[in-house]
Design a protein around this ligand. Structure first.
Ligand code: PLP
Length: 417
């Protein structure tokens, strides 16, 4: 299997050392990835050479900037195989994209007798916007449960038939469990019941080739900062017909065709959903990011991460008192979450940080999932294209040390009795 270790040199930050000079092992990629030099340079180049506001000026810089901004949209549309460039709406991130769907499509289409179906594994970004809207409109929210950390397609099918949800919104890949779901299959089942489908691809877009036409979901969202791009930009992909029918969410400059004292007429897609000055340099950076990932190859990235996660998971499962929070088999991603019998997740993350290993600890914005699992916090290692087998091994060895350090000694155990 080819390694992707050559990619490390593209990421300047990975050269730095951290605590007491320990080399950095960055395993917090599910929270946010690092940026390759090409992304950083593309943004500097924008600011140094052609930055101006877009879609407004007729001077040279504004024209150049607009052309580059729209060029970015074309690259991103290609990255996810969108049918039309104008189906790609730039938002502030996955969270903003889901809120846009809730406040626009949801407010227009949901009523008090409707049901929205989610899974218990959703990130808060795909729960709270629906709860906020439900508090106003009064629709019901149902959650698909887990069985051995997974949701079987039969369970999805039964829930769709029994709840007849107006919307089925689910994550393509869990940010905790290291699982991914058959998006196209679930979408087809939902469509058979007449449900609209939103896919949260925040943890899928960075790690696998994305084909929104093959998925056929009505809405797909993801964030720039998780695909080696900048913060402050994300994508809402919607089917043209739906986006055309939806009212704009935010109002202001850039999203109008005409404004009078009586009212306004919204602009055509995609501008209708991009009120105000958009993230211009960020769009340029996002284009560089998706082009970088394309060059490496999403299939190679996916294989590489899976290999590292499998190695880490296998090692962690061998350590007495360490429990991996995820299924032993099935479709897995580059995420491994775990708990130690005698150390809190935050203490584990702190101890790992002292060894140069960056992981995330806590509920990872999935409190309902943690509650369903009877946990308050987990430690999560998440791998990306620049991580190495040595880092996976260091993680396992370090967790074994920490478990030894925190486990009660025989003498302490006797005294407690
Ligand atoms: N959905 C999932 C599955 C995530 O993991 C995250 C972030 O961790 C989000 C949504 C929200 O992304 P953002 O904070 O970039 O809007």
């Amino acid at each position: 299997m080819p390694t992707l270790n050559h990619c490390r040199d593209d990421f300047p930050i990975l050269k730095r050392s951290v605590h007491n000079g320990a080399p950095l092992a960055f395993l917090d990629n599910a929270a946010s990835t690092q940026r390759p030099r090409s992304v950083i340079q593309s943004m500097s180049e924008c600011y140094e050479n052609y930055y101006a506001n877009v879609h407004r000026g007729i001077h040279t810089l504004s024209e150049e900037s607009t052309e580059r901004y729209e060029g970015s949209r074309k690259s991103v549309a290609k990255f996810i195989n969108a049918k039309h460039d104008h189906e790609v709406i730039y938002t502030a991130g996955a969270t903003a994209a889901i809120n846009t769907v809730a406040r626009s499509w949801g407010a227009q289409n949901l009523s008090s007798t409707d049901t929205v179906l989610l899974t218990i594994a959703e990130h808060h970004a795909n729960i709270v916007p629906w709860q906020q809207l439900a508090a106003e409109i009064g629709f019901k929210i149902e959650f698909l449960p887990l069985d051995d950390f997974q949701i079987e397609t039969e369970v999805v099918q039964e829930a769709l038939a029994s709840f007849q949800p107006k919307l089925f919104a689910f994550t393509a890949a869990s940010n905790v469990l290291g699982t991914s779901v058959p998006v196209a299959q679930w979408t087809a089942l939902a469509h058979q019941q007449g449900s609209t489908v939103l896919v949260d691809a925040a943890q899928a877009a960075p790690h696998q080739p994305l084909d929104v036409q093959a998925w056929d979901a009505d809405f797909v969202v993801f964030s720039g900062h998780k695909v080696c791009g900048p913060t402050g930009i994300g994508v809402l992909h919607g089917k043209e017909r739906l986006l055309e029918e939806m009212p704009p969410f935010l109002g202001g400059g850039g999203m109008i065709n005409r404004v009078t004292t009586e009212g306004f007429k919204a602009a055509a897609l995609p501008d209708k959903f991009e009120a105000g000055t958009p993230p211009i340099a960020e769009a340029i950076g996002l284009q560089a990011a998706v082009e970088y990932l394309n060059e490496i190859g999403l299939t190679a990235i996916e294989e590489h991460e899976k290999k590292l996660a499998k190695q880490a998971e296998h090692g962690l499962r061998q350590i007495e008192g360490v429990r991996v929070i995820g299924p032993q088999s099935g479709e897995k991603t580059g995420i491994v979450s775990f708990v130690l019998s005698h150390a809190h997740a935050h203490d584990v993350a702190h101890s790992l940080s002292e060894r140069g290993i960056a992981v995330r600890a806590g509920h990872h914005c999935t409190m309902p999932l943690h509650h369903a699992l009877g946990l308050t916090a987990t430690t999560r290692a998440s791998f990306y294209l620049y991580n190495t087998t040595e880092e996976a091994e260091t993680l396992v060895q370090s967790v074994a040390d920490i478990q030894r350090k925190f486990a009660p000694t025989g003498r302490r155990r006797r005294r407690r009795r």
